[in-house]
Design a protein. Structure first.
Length: 170
């Protein structure tokens, strides 16, 4: 009983000041997915999107957060890309673009990279202001044509050129 109380107390202390993690597995070759998450109080957060690629893809991601009051919103956003346990790339921390008048303040991050087949995870983290904040996060994967596809395209264009030349010669 005492051991259970100690474990619960340790878990509560470790989770104090941080938001519940959002974890999504979007499967293989995500054409376009988007997520939105909001937080009610200050602290930090770390959300994860896992995905698999079956061939060469260009993966692009963009995160955006905006707010109208100085005590709200997300700050210091970071975005890390992993293949297994290997860190492939990292961007951030984000900087705040101050608003004015009817235009809210905002912060944003983005990256794009060519990735081969494998299992990946993108990890978004940041700080939550005392009045909370939210974000919108989009991820796209665009397949890179294989050499055989390019060869077929070039061969088709060459054939069209030959046909056009023969018609002009008549």
């Amino acid at each position: 009983m005492l051991k259970s109380i100690r474990i619960l107390l340790a878990a509560a202390l470790l989770s104090a000041g941080s938001a519940q993690a959002f974890v999504a597995n979007v499967g293989a070759n995500p054409a376009a997915v988007s997520f939105a998450n909001g937080f009610a109080a200050g602290g930090s957060f770390q959300d994860i999107v896992a995905f698999d690629l079956t061939g060469p893809y260009v993966v692009s991601t963009f995160v955006f957060s905006q707010w109208t009051t100085p005590t709200a919103g997300l700050r210091d956003l970071t975005l890390d890309l992993f293949r297994g346990t290997t860190l492939l790339g990292s961007v951030g921390p984000s900087t705040v673009v101050p608003g004015g008048g009817a235009v809210p303040s905002f912060t944003a991050l983005s990256f794009s990279d060519l990735l081969g087949p494998g299992s990946y995870r993108a990890v978004l983290g940041g700080q939550i202001r005392p009045d909370g904040g939210s974000y919108v996060w989009g991820l796209t994967a665009t397949m890179v044509p294989e050499p055989a596809t390019w060869a077929t395209l070039v061969g088709g264009l060459a054939l069209l050129a030959v046909i056009a030349r023969r018609r002009r010669a008549r």
